[in-house]
Write a protein that binds this ligand. Sequence first.
Ligand SMILES: [Zn+2]
Length: 411
Amino acid sequence: MTQFYEQVKERMIRYAKVDTQSSNHSKTVPTTMKQFDLARMLYEELKQIGCSDVWLDEEKCVVYGKIKANAEGKPLGLVAHMDTAPDASGANVKPWVLENYDGGDIVLNKEQNIFMKAGDYDNLSMYIGQDLILTDGTTLLGGDDKASISAIMTFAEYVIAHSEIKHGLISIAFTPDEEVGGLARDLDLERFESPVAYTLDGDHLGYYEDETFNASQANIHLKGISVHTGTAKGIMKNAVDIGTEFLSRLPKYEKPQYTDGREGFYHAVSFSATCETGEIVMIIRDHDALHFAQREDYLRKVTEALQNEYGKECIELEIVPTYRSMKEVIDQVPWMMDNLIEAIKACGIKAQSLAFRGGTDGSALSQRGLPSPNLSAGYENAHGRFEYVPVQSMEKNVEILLKLAEICARG
Ligand SMILES: [Zn+2]
């Protein structure tokens, strides 16, 4: 047990109790005003531990803090999100600690008979002997991403209290609405100051991501000609048929349910049509930029072929970019990944990377010119009632951040 144990535990429990669930149905910024409850708490705490330039954006709900450089060296930016996923309730979270986990089933709620069965969750076996922060089985925990906020805050407090630790500029930001596609849109890069950042978000301690999907949405507009079915021969064009044909020309096994790892896909999100009119909404995903472009091209070709067959006005394709993989941006600052991997290893943890099958705030931030790879937060079973965080994983993340600051200070 390190000196950080009690601090990360206390923080995680305190933050978890603040309901910060974001919403997919809201058009406000942030999507839910209750995220300000945690934002204000973090604002006060950053000031209290002695950060400089502490600022809360009262409009956009972003919290900033800095630790000024006391040595030459590379800057270190850290970003974590305050909201929790809409998938499970974030109200009345009742976190508790199971010490020295024995590897068996866990009773989350005796009254309501809610158990977490060891056999259902392989990840539990990694944490035998550790101390798990759990829920009462009726809400999520919010370790995603409050485990990161706990680690960052504990790291910052320690660095400020120990002036003998040499470091470059350290910039910290806590953002809203990650879970509902906020993409850290309102992070003010000028105020943040550090030209690079690590987001901390993700499960399994020691994992990192420098690659995400490239992503776009395709809207296929269909237009038919409806006439009485008895006299339709040679006249009718059925938008239902045209749409069905479009979908049938997509490669059968290049779909989410048949792919993993670095395999990309097409996914039909919705298809609605009558004889007269219709629309298909699809998403396209691929890690590889070239393959991604080829996928978009393929949709163009299928559209063209159907236009030749049915008439140009019958089918129209519109492609809207969603986000780009962070990889091309991060590859231009190779020291970021070198330093991160060195820091993880120096803390006695295996550094493992995943080509993330989704997008992160870091993909959007990288696109905006702030290279932002991701370091795992260490939570497990996120977005659900069986979410938990091993205290030891948060402790380790504090150590990794300290190492990272030290390595960055080498220049
Ligand atoms: Zn998250």
